[in-house]
Design a protein around this ligand. Sequence first.
Ligand code: GLC
Length: 479
Amino acid sequence: MNRLYLLFMLFLALGNPICEGKRLKPAPDDKMAVWNEAKFGMFVHWGPYCLYGGEYHGYKQNRGGAEWIMNRCKIPVMEYKAMTSTFNPVGFNADSLVLTAKNAGMKYLVFTTKHHDGFAMFKSRHTNFNIVDYTPFKRDVLDEVVRACRRHGMMFGFYYSHAQDWNHPGGSTGRKEMKEGWANPDSTFINNFTKANHGAWDPYQLTASFDEYFHKISLPQIKELLERYPDVSILWFDTPGGTTDSHATEIMDLLAKYPHIITNDRLKRPNFPGDYKTPEGRVPKAEDIEGIYWETCMNIGSSWGFKSWEDKWKFSEEIIHNLLTICARGGNYLLNVGPDAQGLIPPTPTQCLKEVGDWMGRYGEAVYDAQRSGLTPEWGEVIRKDYDGHSIYYLCVFSWPSDGKLKLNGRFSPRKATLMPDNINLKIVKSGEGITIEVPQSMPDKTVSVIRLDLKGKLPPVNLISNSEKVFKILDEDK
Ligand code: GLC
C-alpha cells in the first residue's frame, strides 16, 4: 500500500466532513476485490433528456437510446438548453433510488454525473449548465445520491462523458445521420453540415477546439468530482472520440492520487485499458473474456435514458438468467434504469427489480464473490466459490431434468449436495465422467433453482491476466 494512500485514509478517518455516514473501509491490497465480490450493480442514466422521453416534434426517435435525443434529432443548443431550464424532478428521492438497488440485491451504483449532453447533475464551478444553477429544482442530485449510498452502505461510481459534450463548445459530437432521429425536412442540409464538421449540427458547438473544451470543462470537472467525493470507487468513462493519449494521461495523473479508484476501458483505446472491460448490452462468450475482469452493462428496457414509449421491458427471469450466466463466466452485471422527468423509475422495471430482489433473498449466496467455473452444463450455469478450505459449485438449474436426475461432468470430488434455500440433502451418485444428483421430480423454484455442491478441498485457482493483455472487441454502437 503506498504512503499517499495511507495519508488519504488517515484524512478520512479523522473526520472528513464529506464522508459522514458510512466511512470508507481501507481498500484491500487488491483494489478490484470489493468490486469483484459485488457482482451486481445498478447503472442510472438520468439527465434532462428524460424530459423528451425519446420523442421530438411528435416523432418517436428512430434509433438508439433516448439519452441521445439531442444528437439523433439534431436539437439546436439553445432549444435543448431552454428545455433543460424547466427540469424540475420534484418526485426524486435518493434514498428510494438507492434502496431500490439494494433491495434488488445490488451492491454498487454507477450514476451519470454528466452524459453526452454535457449537463452536470451536480453543482459545478466550471459551468452553470448544471442541475443547481440551471434549473428551478436547484438540488444537487449527485450529492444526494452519494450521501444516500453512504447511508445505505452502497459502493458508488461516477459515469462521466469525458469527450462527448454537445452543449459546451469544442466537445465531441459523434456523427449520426438525421434519419436516426426524425423526418426533419432539412435533413440533407443537416447531414452535409455534420459531415463537414465531425458530427456537429449547431455552429455554436464549433466555437472552441476539443483541447480547449477538455481543459475548460472535462478535466476540471473530473478533478472537482474527485476532490468532492474522494471515496468514489469507480470512474466509468465513455465514448473517447477526440481524446488523445496526452488527454488520457492528464486524467490518469489526477487519478494517481486515488489509487483505490478503478476505471473502465473507455478512456482512450488502446493504450489506456483501465481495470475492466465493458461489453455493452450482451453477455459475452466464455472464451472472449477468459482471464480478465469485465462487466456487462445492460438496459432493463431498450434505452439507457427514460423512453416514454418503452415497450421492451425485460422480465425478472431474463435478468436472473443473465446475472447467473455472467457470474459463471467471471463477470459483473451492471443493470441500467432511466428515471423519468419526476425522478422516478417507472412501475414496470420497479416491479421487476422487486422480483429480482426476492429471488436474490433466497439464492444471493450463489452470486456474491462468484468465480468462473469453466463448466457449461446444458441445464443451466455453474458458479464457483471458495471458502477457507474448500470450493463450492452452485448449480443454477434453468431447465429442470424431467427424470429427477441432474448430471454434472467434470473433474472434482463431491462432499455433499443440498437444495437451496432450505438446505435439503440430496443423494449423489458417482459416474465415469462426473456425478448424478437425485433431485425432486418438479422444479422447486419457478425461476431458477439452485443446488449447492460442496467439494472436497480447493480447486486450482482461477488465473487472471492484466486487462491490457487481451484485446476484446467492444461491439457497442456509439463509439
Ligand atoms: C454508449 C452510449 C451511451 C450509454 C453507454 C452505456 O456508449 O453512448 O448513451 O451511456 O454506452 O454503456
